[in-house]
Design a binder for this molecule. Sequence first.
Ligand code: GLC
Length: 647
Amino acid sequence: MSKKTVKNRHTSNKAAAKQTSAKTQGAAKEAAAGKALKDESNRIFQERLARHHDELRWLYMELYDNDDMFAELCSQMKEYYDQRNQSLRALDAKRGSEGKWYRKRDMVGMMMYIDNFAGSIKGVQEKLSYLEQCNVNYIHLMPFLDSPKGRSDGGYAVADFRKVKPELGTMDDLAELAEKCHEKGISLCMDFVMNHTSEDHEWAVKARQRDGEYMSRYFFYADPSIPQEYEKTVPQVFPTTAPGNFTYLPELGHYVMTTFYPYQWDLNYRNPRVFNEMMYNFLYLANQGMDIIRIDAVPYIWKELGTNCRNLQQVHTIVRMMRMIGEIVCPGIVLLGEVVMEPEKVAPYFGTVEKPECHMLYNVTTMAATWNTVATRDIRLLRKQMDIVCSLPKEYTFLNYLRCHDDIGWGLDYATLSEWGMKEVPHKKYLNDYFQGKTEGSVSRGELYNEDLVTGDARFCGTTASMCGIESAGFERDEVKMDHAITKDVMLHAYMFTQSGIPMLYSGDEIGQVNDYTYKEDADKAPDSRYIHRGKFCWDLVEKIKEKDSVQGRIFNALSELEAIRRKEAMFSADAEVYTKDYSDSSILWIVRKTEKEELHAVFNFSDVDKTVWMPETAEYTDLLTGKRETIEKTVLPSWDFLWLKK
Ligand code: GLC
């Protein structure tokens, strides 16, 4: 080797050494920065845990009295926190500093079945621009987790909480969709079906093989006397499509509790393993980028012999724990409780201001009372219901809707109705006849659901458009009827937008999609009339929204206009003062929304005749729909139409 080469090598060695040392320094710096980041992230977790630890532990011990399982829960919370990606953590932080992000008045939700709407999760991603065109910034994807074909209850029988139905895509597709949605300021909601699993879920399969550990995650009884005892006090969810609350498994010689369908096995939350594992599933799903978790059928999750197994105190303990677990691991997310119960049972699911449970609840009684008003043309009950909602703390956020994927149960205030001469059984019959279009003058179309021949009870299914008469007018090619039907449809949406909370559209309603009767041709769906309003989304109708005079164009544009007004006008904010006004006509519903500076008078004519409405005082009002400002003393409000007047 020549001297030169040695020298060269020497110099290059030196350079290399210098480089290596720079590299080491860089790496050390990086490691230090990484450590600082990790320390900071640990600190955040510990701080949140500390905030809730004592209460969480107290409640956990009250239910389970099990220190080991509590310790496991805490260490798993840390695991899921560590797994939560940076952008979701950043969103948590942003939402934390913004206050209640989901209460902004520009929120517009839409719920949809992935397959009906766009075939797959990737398909939904491709259709985001359409959803933006609908002003939607909150998407509820109906159940999409793996569930057995033909035994799925519309996806509410989950076989694997960590797997997407293969025909819809993968978990990665979901996480990618969430990311794309977040870029556009759209939030994603999914169902967390925590009351039961599918009989094909791994736990159920093992339980069926007589594995005691797994049997203890459900309710199994060899002796029929206990199921019989339960049946004495537990009402039926599906009296005709799935009667009874238990299913006999001959191969096991056991009864298993199945409050919903026989293939949906109720989970036993007395077992801490069930609670812990279900919380891990919840956190796993939250970490896929979900913003809103809809807790399905939550009132049912605790069972107690001798009770109706609904809304028991332990349910509230569990929801409160879930809220705290969310606040520790993923505080940006919102819990939406599905509490389809009588009004006095609903509000307790908000918890208290110091100990909140759900962030948001369905405004189910208002929804049912709205349709009651459509059928009776009598606003008294709806007004009473609105007064109850308006008297609740403003922090309570309701999800308002006209239609969803389920039937309408006529859970109305019958004590009040009967004072007015409307008795429960005949009144329900009246409503069901009316909406089936059997009553003179009714333009509605739809079908009964779970008609109970013993009690005479039945619920109702149909789309908003069909219930408003768009289907019948289209069938009869009657333009005058069509005008009325569209007016009614838009008015009901305006009423929904007038309420505080988040308005939730049902996919297809924005283009007036009518009932789909093809479900009857599918043997799996035929017995469940809820499929009448779960039809495929009609993309060819979307084409027609460009035609301003088409049914689709008229509805779509009217809703867009209402949404734009709601976004713009501060009177629609969640903090506005809201009350109903006593007006001398029982078909006129009058709502006032007030801020410091302005006053909205929202007036709805729930009758078949035009009415003259007298303003409380002759003053200048701006018609928010026309933009016209003028002095109004009285005005004619056409049948099924509404006014949004700003003072
Ligand atoms: C909820 C769903 C409903 C389903 C039930 C059982 O009520 O909305 O569609 O049948 O839960 O999971």
